[in-house]
Design a protein around this ligand. Structure first.
Ligand code: GAL
Length: 403
């Protein structure tokens, strides 16, 4: 009898599955909705409609993934890799992109809570704006992993998976120090800083990591900042906007470099801002030299700029590995374990229980390892399997279908 019921409920589920297409989409694509409810969430409704006591009919658990936007290239890769890897591991996925709108992201996460997902993975648009929503998740025992960006002022975050964000900045500062030989050259060299979004907790880590390497050279006069802008607040770029970075650098060049002053370095915290800065240098800088330009993420347009000599380096973060480590942590949580330093990981990551205090608690973190990519090491990206050379063997293309 039991076997008959099991077969019957499977047939019922299969029948409900057949009626549900996977309509992944996102409000970023200007679609009328960003409903990415997958077959299982629909199936769950069917299961409950059939009074199936187990909300995870068929034992499959659902993971809700909230990404900030599709307008910043890397999150398209994150979303794809996370969905791929979680589904390959037997989970169902509800993936939403919230168009860089904090209210939309709260609504998107609330709808995942209403769908009774078993775990939430969130890359916050603004780490300060999710406290109430996460309190709602905690109230119904949905664990939360903060993905890549720390979520602030809440005790509802169980874990944080990211890269060592301070080291990202440190690598940028060290690249400038070593390329200009600041320990042996007298200079002075002129530098300008472009930091990230003040709403993104990572941005401060990136800026501080770089500035801490360079501040002694600034105080010794080997490095000078003609604009005088040396604090995070003075050089931050809301929403990591390429256009805003372009405009800010245009203004800086017009105000401090139109007299022929040489710009030696434009230190940018990531690739989307570096793209805007490189564009401003291209159009508005009259010096005969090509300033050093730093970045982060390995975005396709920036890798082309690296080939063309308009950007000097990017700090690469393998977000497929980040998705893999997130899956490792999620699996442990969903099987009732308490991940710690002993958790076996699919990629190298440091277990950290000190660096990331979110204002309520120090969030236990798994921090992957970033590394520098320059024109001479682009093949390292091909070796990841996530990039390939174009048909002319000149520029890199992403192998991800979404970028
Ligand atoms: C940060 C992320 C970086 C950067 C930026 C814009 O939080 O860690 O990779 O690109 O967002 O997406």
């Amino acid at each position: 009898m039991k076997k008959f019921l099991a077969v019957l409920s499977t047939l019922v589920m299969l029948g409900s599955l057949a009626s549900c297409g996977d309509n992944s989409s996102s409000s970023d694509n200007n679609s009328s909705n960003n409903d990415t409810k997958t077959t299982t969430a629909a199936k769950k409704d069917d299961a409950e409609a059939n009074n199936d006591g187990d909300s995870n009919s068929g034992g499959k658990k659902t993971v809700g993934i909230a990404m900030p936007t599709k307008s910043l290239e890397r999150w398209n890769r994150d979303g794809e890799y996370l969905k791929e890897q979680f589904e390959a591991a037997g989970y169902d996925v509800e993936l939403k992109y919230s168009d860089n709108k904090t209210e939309q992201q709260n609504n998107d996460i609330q709808s995942m809570i209403a769908d009774k997902v078993d775990l939430l993975l969130i890359a916050a648009i603004d780490g300060e704006t999710l406290s109430q929503t996460l309190a709602d998740a905690k109230a119904v025992d949905i664990p939360v992993i903060a993905y890549d960006r720390l979520i602030m002022n809440t005790d509802a975050v169980s874990y944080y998976v990211s890269f060592d964000n301070y080291t990202v900045g440190k690598l940028q500062g060290e690249f400038v120090r070593d390329t200009l030989k600041l320990d042996s050259e007298a200079g002075p060299f002129n530098i300008e800083f472009t930091a990230g979004d003040p709403a993104d907790n990572n941005a401060g880590f990136f800026f501080n990591g770089a500035y801490d390497v360079l501040k002694d050279y600034i105080s010794k006069g080997v490095l000078k900042v003609p604009s005088g802008k040396t604090t995070f607040e003075q050089v931050a770029t809301p929403t990591w906007s390429t256009d805003k970075a372009f405009e800010n650098m245009q203004n800086t060049l017009a105000s401090y470099y139109s007299d022929g002053t040489k710009l030696d370095v434009a230190l940018c915290s990531n690739d989307s801002t570096a793209l805007g800065v490189a564009k401003a240098i291209d159009s508005d800088y009259s010096g005969g030299n090509a300033p050093l330009v730093t970045g982060q993420d390995g975005d396709i347009a920036n890798l082309q700029n690296i080939v063309d000599g308009k950007q000097s380096m990017t700090v690469y973060k393998n977000v497929s590995d980040e998705a893999g480590v997130t899956l490792d942590v999620a699996k442990a949580i969903l099987s009732g374990q308490t991940p710690d330093a002993s958790l076996s990981l699919s990629a190298e990551a440091k277990y950290d229980t000190e660096s990331y205090n979110n204002g309520v608690k120090v969030v236990p973190s798994y921090l992957l390892v970033p590394y520098v990519i320059t024109k001479d090491s682009l093949d390292k990206l091909v070796d990841t399997g996530l990039y390939k050379w174009d048909s002319n063997n000149k520029y890199l293309e992403s192998t991800a279908s979404t970028t």
